[in-house]
Design a protein around this ligand. Sequence first.
Ligand SMILES: C[S@@+](CC[C@H](N)C(=O)[O-])C[C@H]1O[C@@H](n2cnc3c(N)ncnc32)[C@H](O)[C@@H]1O
Length: 391
Amino acid sequence: MMSALTSTTTQITSLADYHIHDLQQQWQPCKTRKYRSMKEIMRKARRMEIVHIDDDGGGDNDDKNCDEYSEVLCMQCSLGDNAEELLLCDKCDRGFHMLCLKPIVVRVPIGPWYCPSCSGYNSSRENLKRISQKKIIDFFGIQQSSQSMVKYTPQVTDVRRRRKRARPLMLRKKQRRLVQFTPTEDPARRLQQMRTLASALIALNMEFSNELTYMPGMAHRSSNQAMFENGKMQVLSKEDIETLESCRAMYKRGEYPPLMVVYDSFEGYTVEADGLIKELTLIAEYSGDVDYLKNREYDDCDSLMTLISAKDPSNSLVVCPDKRGNIARFINGVNNHSPESRKKKNLKYVRYNINGECHVLLVATRDIGKGERLYSDYNGDENEYPTHYFI
Ligand SMILES: C[S@@+](CC[C@H](N)C(=O)[O-])C[C@H]1O[C@@H](n2cnc3c(N)ncnc32)[C@H](O)[C@@H]1O
């Protein structure tokens, strides 16, 4: 079975393997893990298939077992070609080509793999189109529920900050300060935006969390120390920390950036702007459980993000939005091999030292118009995340 053979692959293909340039500063690649090319993964996978199928150590059964699976057809395209890209569900044994799946699977999973029906992904997606307002308020832990139902008006602090920024254009450009997001005014539309995020998270069996979480058995909060970083990490300025705090307070009141999570048959979940998002807007913090990189070496999550790439690799940390997370984990990547696709990039994940801890912030790199999809570059300067098949 494909899933058995993949336990021998040693790479992690995840967002964690690349770092993001911060707005000015050079990024240090993570030396501990590297992506392999699809060709290389497949070459290994095929070799290991024989080793695993033949449990008795002899070679006699190889042909028999290969024959058993040579009949398998892809449930999407009904073809049995590209056998090395045909994943078998560990529950129903049905086959699916990695690129016929929606969203595509870019690498052979390391652990057990379940098809969309057996994982409940399809049904949960369909069942969750309508979620009540009360459920949304509970799901997002909104503190002042009434706020989510009223027209958005900027708080006094927001207005003051805007006035403060009314400086000559030259000066503003030079400072490159982060900008607070502006929620959609209409409360019904805001609720609809949040409903799309709740649906997507629930379909992936995830809880909403807008911050870094430190769970028992994973990294402790004290392990998140920016000084462990191998190289420099940009320190978030006092003014930008104020902006971040202000955004966090808005989130708690149910005031979110104008974003929709939509489902695309090729890209899977993806995020669209539902209103203008200005350049340098602080969209979200990349949230999820913080864990040691060494604990995730064999993790299938495709959304791991580097938090600290330490001098001593045993101190390296990743953010894992597999059980808890927010909208940041639904943002798709550009195809690094296509100049047209690269042009779609409109945001960056930036790692900052904030009061001695590291946090990853999602920042718009240009104005993003209503209806435009959000894209980042999963690879920065590196080409390790296999984006060859991305659109
Ligand atoms: C961080 S997740 C992004 C959210 C994901 N689309 C989902 O449905 O959960 C990364 C995965 O999204 C898919 N993906 C991201 N960008 C894509 C693109 N441009 N085209 C196709 N698939 C993409 C790939 O399956 C990738 O492994």
